[in-house]
Design a protein around this ligand. Structure first.
Ligand code: SF4
Length: 61
């Protein structure tokens, strides 16, 4: 399982809305950069991928 952040799709100019929907706090954003995922916390719920309006997050099983 993996969460892939496509930095070329992320405008990196705003607070990432997907950070707030992650139920386990696995997404972290430094400044306005594309978020990073802590795979030790991630439970593979796919909420972040569904929520990102830019389609910049993909979750693979
Ligand atoms: S798949 Fe779910 S648990 Fe994993 S980073 Fe995305 S929102 Fe968080």
């Amino acid at each position: 399982m993996s969460v892939i952040i496509n930095e070329s799709r992320c405008p990196q100019n705003h607070p990432c809305p997907s950070v707030r929907v992650c139920p386990v706090g696995a997404l972290k954003q430094s400044g306005f950069k594309a978020p990073e995922v802590d795979m030790d916390k991630c439970i593979n719920c796919k909420k972040c991928a569904a929520f990102c309006p830019m389609g910049a997050i993909r979750v693979n099983n």
